[in-house]
Design a protein around this ligand. Structure first.
Ligand SMILES: Cc1cc2nc3c(=O)[nH]c(=O)nc-3n(C[C@H](O)[C@H](O)[C@H](O)COP(=O)(O)OP(=O)(O)OC[C@H]3O[C@@H](n4cnc5c(N)ncnc54)[C@H](O)[C@@H]3O)c2cc1C
Length: 489
């Protein structure tokens, strides 16, 4: 059947723009690709009305992956500030864990301008000011999208396949009109409400636990950022991306416990106010920041969708729930998945097979190269969300080894070998933290099972149902075990 395009990419954000470029790259500009984005061109990649809301941090590894695979190397101004790694502080600020690993704080407002230019250089076409509203389908295949232009006129455009890269609020995936293995909805507890400011400031009291231009700081604190974390990411010597994320139910439990009525914004405002290294904060201004210095948005923190393809369709980025469950980092996963997807799509176009089977390689390659840890991080995240500040203080001080820190830096699940090596008698002695040690041991053991299971991801759709049954058995057990404790009113 003749179609308007080979591929339509709905959503021109981090994932959509890289996927479009990757298809252009692997097809040597041969594929006819259209990106549809609801923003005007000068606001490409804007997530919501309140900006390109993000912590802006990404690792050098993911940037290198892009360069090594599709030859795209970002520079200034889209790379705004280099960092040497991440420092995570316990709630009492007494334990600091250093995760070495170079990275960059991006300028998310300027980066899409560069990414659009890259995509255009690969022959990609753009419809800006255009919203994709629904997928069209025929004979069990996705055949295109319908939507609305800026002036309200409806449109319909056809393609051999559609990539949904519309971010965490995707309606395309939610209303997928064909039978598929893709899950359409996410549990509320698998979404973090997050928000941040980009601020210029005068130096306050020098204190590395509150600000350093060399490291991204993360503060674990169930009072400040219940069931999430707070961050201070440097964008220069006197400029910062500062914010926090919470789970809605975690915040409700915390408010109930302390008889408070905080919301996400009031928590962020208190967090900024209490930072003694930051004096006279004001929202950053100028062309690189206007419209992007204050914003809240949501991040999915579950494992990625267990299946990301259907006949004539694929999901990527936040629409596929790619952010890492532990730290909500979605930029690196988007880069990895978008490049893999681009490669698989071109292979499928060449083979003239855009069926679920023809696109299945995307599921397999993403899972076995990058995604296999995500389910275990989901379990660890659920467990950490149940801990009190006292338990986090104790656990970071006594139970986290250098090897665990290395594992987390390399995006592996930690073994918690200090806890593993304690025999039950010793553990009993540390009775006060017996449950904590037992919980950590359990997550480490479960992590091994989940990683092995994910590395054995089925190589074709036929094996998926059995594979998923086992996965859900494991996940459901942990969800039940780590149910947050309700606080009596
Ligand atoms: C507060 C916050 C802090 C974060 N911090 C970090 C961090 O420090 N490091 C990190 O790695 N990750 C971080 N993340 C996650 C990261 O920002 C996302 O994972 C990443 O932006 C996902 O890219 P995406 O392209 O999938 O989605 P998005 O960036 O949301 O892009 C989606 C695009 O699709 C467009 N669109 C949406 N719907 C439609 C439609 N119907 N029709 C047409 N266009 C549409 C949008 O306008 C947008 O241009 C953070 C997220 C938040 C909210």
């Amino acid at each position: 059947m003749k179609t308007d395009y080979d591929v339509i990419v709905a959503g021109g954000g981090m994932a959509g723009l890289i996927t479009a470029s990757a298809i252009g790259y692997y097809s040597k500009k041969g594929a006819k690709v259209l990106v549809i984005d609801r923003n005007p061109p000068e606001e490409a990649g804007k997530k919501t009305n309140n900006g390109w809301t993000c912590g802006d941090a990404t690792s050098l590894n993911s940037l290198r992956f892009l360069e090594n695979n599709i030859g795209i190397k970002y520079e200034s101004p889209e790379l705004e500030h280099p960092v040497k790694g991440v420092l995570v502080y316990s709630p009492d600020h007494k334990t600091k864990v250093r995760f070495e690993g170079e990275g960059y704080i991006l300028n998310r407002k300027l980066l899409p301008q560069r990414q659009v230019r890259d995509a255009k250089s690969f022959g990609v076409e753009f419809w800006f000011n255009t919203s994709a509203e629904r997928l069209t389908a025929e004979n069990g295949y996705i055949t295109g999208v319908t939507g609305r232009k800026e002036d309200g006129t409806a449109f319909r455009v056809t393609s051999k396949m559609v990539v949904d890269a519309t971010g965490s609020s995707s309606v395309l995936r939610k209303f997928l009109p064909i039978e598929s293995k893709i899950e359409k909805d996410l549990d509320m507890d698998d979404i973090e409400a997050t928000g941040r400011y980009i601020l210029d400031f005068d130096q306050g009291i020098p204190d590395e636990t509150y600000f350093t231009p060399d490291y991204c700081l993360i503060h674990l604190d169930q009072y400040i950022a219940p069931a999430g974390y707070a961050w201070v990411f440097p964008k220069g010597k006197t400029r910062v991306n500062i914010g926090l994320g919470v789970s809605k139910s975690g915040l409700a439990r915390r408010n109930k416990k302390f008889k408070l009525n905080d919301n996400l914004q009031s928590l962020i405002d208190k967090y900024v106010k209490d930072n003694t290294a930051i004096k006279n904060p004001r929202q950053s201004a100028g062309p690189a920041f206007d419209g992007n210095s204050k914003g809240n948005w949501q991040v999915p923190v579950r494992r990625h969708n267990d299946c990301m393809v259907a006949n004539g369709f694929a999901v990527v980025g936040d629409a596929a729930w790619l952010p890492r469950p532990l730290d909500a980092g979605g930029i690196g996963p988007s880069m990895y998945a978008s490049v893999i997807l681009g490669k698989v799509v071109v292979r499928a176009l060449e083979a003239n097979d855009l069926s679920e089977q023809g696109l299945w390689g995307y599921n397999v390659e993403y899972m076995t190269t990058h995604g296999y840890q995500m389910a275990s991080f989901e379990v660890l995240r659920r467990y950490l969300q149940t801990l009190t500040n006292e338990q986090i203080n104790y656990g970071m001080k006594h139970f986290l080894s250098e090897e665990d820190v290395r594992a987390i830096s390399e995006r592996r699940h930690p073994d918690f070998n200090r806890v593993q090596m304690m025999n039950p008698l010793l553990l009993m002695r540390a009775l006060s933290e017996y449950d904590l040690a037992k919980g950590l041991r359990y997550t480490a053991k479960k992590s091994q099972t989940l990683v092995e299971h994910n590395l054995a991801y089925p190589t074709s759709p036929g094996g998926f149902a059995d594979w998923k049954k086992v996965l859900l058995r494991e996940i459901d057990e942990t969800t039940e075990k780590f149910k947050p404790i309700e606080v009596a009113g």
